[in-house]
Design a protein around this ligand. Structure first.
Ligand SMILES: NC(=O)C1=CN([C@@H]2O[C@H](COP(=O)(O)OP(=O)(O)OC[C@H]3O[C@@H](n4cnc5c(N)ncnc54)[C@H](O)[C@@H]3O)[C@@H](O)[C@H]2O)C=CC1
Ligand SMILES: [Mg+2]
Ligand SMILES: [Zn+2]
Length: 277
């Protein structure tokens, strides 16, 4: 048995046994034992299965995803969004569900060729969809995004989007555009969102963010000039906060929180946090 979670290219859906997770628009099915169910049992429930994908091995046992058309009723079970699993519970299980969500979304959105519109087929032994007419392969989509903590000595720049939980302030973030490096993206996003200039950009680490398919590239950068002007619509408020008097912060497993906690630890001489993968 290999411990932990290992994604696999593809599994044989006809081989019996293993675990399954079920996903609908309402999230993942779970009961008191969590979101993993014996696969054979789950397939016997009255669920409208749209697609089945082998996704990996957990502690050596195969795991598959049942993508559903709708959230059915299963006695003793309820549905919970991926974000809920990110916020609390076992981190390895959240990784399983995050991967399942990305594969399920990608497969659902790539049934037809984006070039000619014909049905695509699953490539054997590879996580890819294929259009024979165009000789075109589509791989799971990942969107590179940068995230940055802008610092000024004992102050850090935090902002809030109208989408955030009330009161919470976070680091700045944004999707990379074609033609940009992560650093170009950082400079542009900080300018756009708060009209501030930065220098001494330092890469701190990355995190998969399956909402729905971001790859977060995390940085610290020093303030170099400009007064904060929040971008209309995108940024509700942005401020310099003293590291000794911070507002409510993002979830502890997010890279946003890691970037903040890491800066605080270095500034205050505490032990450095570990970035959850
Ligand atoms: N893990 C973490 O700690 C954090 C993760 N994030 C994530 O970072 C990503 C980017 O942050 P935002 O401030 O929302 O982005 P942003 O500042 O670039 O603005 C969002 C806008 O970008 C456009 N957009 C949506 N999907 C896109 C894509 N795939 N490529 C290019 N443009 C796209 C849309 O117009 C959307 O309204 C999001 O996935 C967000 O959830 C943001 C903050 C913290
Ligand atoms: Mg943004
Ligand atoms: Zn095609």
């Amino acid at each position: 048995m290999t411990p932990g979670w290992i994604t696999t290219t593809l599994l044989d859906n006809d081989a019996p046994g293993g675990w399954a997770v079920a996903r609908s628009r309402d999230g993942f099915l779970h009961d008191a034992n969590g979101p993993l169910f014996p696969r054979e049992w789950l397939k016997r429930q009255d669920l409208s299965v749209f697609a089945e994908h082998g996704i990996g091995h957990l502690d050596g046992e195969p795991v598959c995803l049942l993508e559903l058309d709708s959230a059915g009723e299963v006695q003793g079970c309820s549905w919970q969004g991926l974000r809920g699993f990110m916020l609390q519970g076992d981190h390895t299980l959240y990784k399983v569900l995050g991967y399942a969500a990305q594969i399920g979304t990608w497969a659902r959105e790539h049934r037809f060729c984006g070039s000619c519109g014909q049905a695509m087929v699953q490539v054997p032994r590879e996580r890819a969809m294929y259009c024979q007419a165009c000789d075109l392969r589509s791989y799971p989509r990942i969107s590179p995004s940068m995230i940055v903590l802008v610092t000024r000595g004992d102050e850090i720049l935090l902002a809030r989007s109208p989408r955030f939980v009330p009161g919470v302030y976070s680091t700045l973030a944004g999707f990379a555009e074609p033609g940009e490096s992560a650093e170009d993206c950082l400079v542009r996003e900080v300018r756009e969102e708060v009209q501030v200039e930065v220098r001494n950009i330092q890469y701190m680490g990355s995190q998969c963010w399956p909402f729905p398919h971001s790859m977060m590239l995390g940085f610290h950068a020093e303030y170099a000039g400009g007064d904060i002007v929040p971008q209309a619509d995108e940024i509700e408020d942005a401020q310099w906060f003293s590291i000794h008097d911070l507002p409510p912060l993002p979830a502890s497993r997010s890279i946003a929180r890691y970037l903040i906690d890491l800066y605080l630890a270095r500034r205050l001489g505490h032990a450095e946090p570990v970035l959850p993968g």
